[in-house]
Design a protein around this ligand. Structure first.
Ligand code: AMP
Ligand code: MN
Ligand code: MN
Ligand code: MN
Length: 276
């Protein structure tokens, strides 16, 4: 089965409306899709309806921003009840600092000679409460300051660069509790993207599992084939299930929906045992 359990819509930093993400997924052959917008559940109702029309299985999801030992991590919640008060309250808290952070990012970029980026990024965000580095990257690419969004991150939006503003997101234990309380399963997103030593990654996986985490993303748009093998082995070693998700944000921005390799048959898929 073609399963894609990680993607974004205009409810956070994706380029397509929720219904269009779902239609595109169906056209790409995806049979089970989770929409996982950052810190936000607003796209789920529209996506679910579109999935029903397209005849594909749909999982309510979210991707929560977490700060752990000073590093930003992303935790995907799958199969959550989107109306659950603890989850909604928690996500509201996580979202609350974004506009101020974006304003500071704009100041930083102004000092580097780029005026108007806060307004520019905000204008590109369909949901202003979710203005993100992705919107700044798209703005910088559109006004020709960089060749593309990857370049924008490299030169302006990562630690040490003028548009980067550190931020305190949710605590790991809290994010896992909100997901669990809402009846979902927690998946550590794209572990290969975190700047952690092997030892720190081991501690993270132990802590994640002990706090109720269910799975890690093994096949994701930001992993190389070597990382599929590495994180597959770590999933087995830590008794965690494995997930597959493109982390699609839009056409021509990273991986396509439903296009990545299948999980290795020796791994336990996080969706084993789900009913639709
Ligand atoms: P934020 O939550 O505002 O810090 O934005 C994080 C988002 O930026 C991620 O969800 C990705 O969509 C995007 N992102 C982060 N790092 C990169 C990168 N190096 N290249 C492209 N997109 C990135
Ligand atoms: Mn994103
Ligand atoms: Mn992520
Ligand atoms: Mn994502």
């Amino acid at each position: 089965m073609n399963v894609d359990l990680h993607c974004h819509s205009t409810a956070s930093d994706g380029a397509l409306f929720p219904r269009d993400v779902v239609r595109r997924a169906a056209a790409q052959g995806v049979e089970m899709l989770a929409l996982t917008d950052h810190d936000q559940l607003d796209g789920l109702a529209e996506a679910r309806e579109a999935a029903h029309e397209a005849g594909i299985a749909f999982i309510d999801g979210v991707e929560i921003s977490v700060s752990w030992r000073g590093v930003t991590l992303h935790v995907v919640g799958l199969g959550v009840d989107a109306r659950h008060p603890a989850l909604n309250g928690g996500l509201e808290q996580v979202r609350s600092g974004r506009i101020e952070r974006a304003r500071e990012m704009g100041h930083g970029l102004e000092q580097a000679g780029i005026a108007g980026s806060f307004e520019g990024a905000l204008a590109l965000a369909k949901n202003p409460a979710m203005v993100s580095r992705t919107h700044f990257a798209r703005y910088l690419a559109r006004c020709g300051r960089v060749a593309d969004t990857k370049d924008a991150f490299r030169h302006f939006l990562v630690p040490g660069k003028p548009g980067y503003v550190p931020h305190r997101w949710a605590q790991l234990a809290h994010a896992l509790r909100w997901i669990g309380d809402a009846g979902g399963q927690a998946v550590l997103a794209h572990p290969g993207r975190y700047a952690l030593s092997a030892g720190a990654m081991g501690s993270l996986l132990v802590e994640f599992r002990e706090a109720g985490g269910a799975a890690i993303e093994v096949v994701t748009g930001s992993h190389s084939p070597d990382q599929y093998a590495l994180f597959g082995a770590l999933a087995v070693q830590h008794g965690l299930a494995a997930s597959r998700g493109s982390d699609f944000h839009g056409p021509d921005e990273g991986a396509e929906l439903g296009s990545l390799p299948a999980l290795d048959a020796r791994l336990r898929p996080v969706w084993a045992g789900w009913r639709d």
